[in-house]
Design a protein. Structure first.
Length: 398
């Protein structure tokens, strides 16, 4: 049933996406400031900043060193010497990501500000940022893009994650916007805001998922939050199951805590079509999986359980999704890896069962995790393992 519903959802989103192809990116250049928080980001920071500074839509890049103990400060000084006034280097005591972002906001002079992470590749040579800016010009107060996956230097797990991540984010957040009035979240890896709006509400460190908290705060106060699928960025994923478990634990616990903090949204249009469906899918999925596995185990043994985890129709659908991701990333190994994406479904379900209810009722969160960064980030668009200059255009062509 879930697979059939998903197919109908995918067809509906595809038809809607075709209707948006006439939209054009903004032609205004140099009118967006960037804030990048950095805590021990030495291995990947330099090239991230270089890519941002090469993007013609950006005016200044503001990097806030949040009390790093590695060579982050030295990397920032090197970039400063090269780029001069276009790069603002800020150093502070460690306050957390929310505090670093708000400190960086003090140096913003443009009417729009773009937020991303130090490990994220933002392509400097396509119009992704222009599409976000165009949505702001049409009246949006905050706009989210699509975080995909950086595959250069990545191990086995990030490749599995990449098989379905981009298409699923596009479909889910588009459907949330159409039905609920706004996407579920503006990701911390790719978000653009009106500067005055961000100054008014800002980020809080009351939760470890400050991007989700801010998104829901804007929705609750009646601001226009939108999703732009033609801006795709590439954050790093986790290379180990331990890192992945801790990261997903933070996301899911933070989600439960935000439900506690934003109770007034739960039975609004946004809550019914954006917040609750995420929970209901987990409850439905856990129940169906458990009943099916038990029945299959009693009927045919372990072989039946394996077949229940990888049903033929579902495998076919995820391989099609993986084929799209493989084409977009120019990495065809993603197709046979696509069925293994069930690992992330089971991971999320397990964390929901163990931590979700406790977090909702107690509001307690673990300390912010920090996955091990890849040894190197994308150096230039020519060396990246996906289409460089026309990534978002290829997405629209599809």
């Amino acid at each position: 049933m879930k697979t059939i519903i998903f197919v109908f959802m995918a067809v509906a989103i595809f038809i809607w996406f075709l209707s948006t192809l006439r939209q054009k990116p903004s032609h205004k250049k140099g009118c967006v400031d960037v804030i990048i928080p950095a805590y021990n980001e030495g291995p990947c920071l330099k090239q991230s900043l270089e890519n941002l500074l090469l993007n013609p839509y950006f005016c200044k890049v503001i990097c806030v060193n949040d009390g790093s103990t590695d060579n982050t400060a030295e990397v920032m000084e090197e970039v400063k010497q090269k780029w001069g006034g276009r790069f603002i280097a800020v150093t502070q005591k460690n306050t957390g990501k929310g505090g670093a972002l708000m400190n960086g906001l003090n140096y913003v002079t443009c009417e729009q500000v773009f937020l991303s992470d130090a490990d994220t590749y933002v392509p400097p040579d396509n119009d992704g940022i222009g599409y976000m800016l165009a949505e702001i010009e049409r009246g949006a107060d905050a706009v989210g893009g699509v975080p995909s996956t950086t595959l250069k230097g990545a191990g086995f797990l990030p490749h599995i994650r990449a098989t379905v991540k981009l298409p699923m984010i596009v479909m889910k957040r588009t459907l949330q916007q159409l039905l609920g009035g706004a996407p579920f979240i503006i990701s911390g890896a790719c978000g653009m805001f009106r500067t005055d709006v961000l100054r008014k509400f800002g980020f809080s460190d009351r939760t470890k998922v400050e991007d989700l908290d801010l998104t829901w705060t804007l929705v609750a106060n009646g601001y226009c939050v939108r999703q732009v699928n033609r801006c795709v960025v590439y954050p790093q994923e986790c290379n180990s199951l331990g890192d992945e478990w801790r990261r997903w634990r933070r996301w899911i616990i933070g989600y439960a805590v935000c439900m506690r903090l934003h109770k007034s949204l739960l039975f609004s249009r946004f809550g019914i079509f954006s917040i609750f469906p995420m929970v209901m899918v987990v409850l439905y999925g856990v129940g169906i999986y458990l009943v099916t596995w038990v029945n299959e185990f009693h009927a045919t043994g372990v072989h039946g359980v394996v077949q229940a985890i990888f049903p033929f129709l579902w495998v076919g659908v995820v391989c099609l999704i993986g084929a799209f991701s493989a084409w977009f990333h120019r990495c065809w190994v993603l197709v046979p890896l696509a069925p293994l994406s069930v690992l992330y479904v089971l991971l999320a379900y397990a964390i929901w069962i163990i931590y979700g209810p406790i977090a909702f009722f107690t509001g307690r969160e673990p300390q912010r995790d920090k996955p091990t960064r890849y040894s190197a980030l994308v150096e230039t668009s020519e060396t990246y393992s996906r289409p460089s200059s026309t990534g978002s255009e290829r997405l629209s062509e599809t």
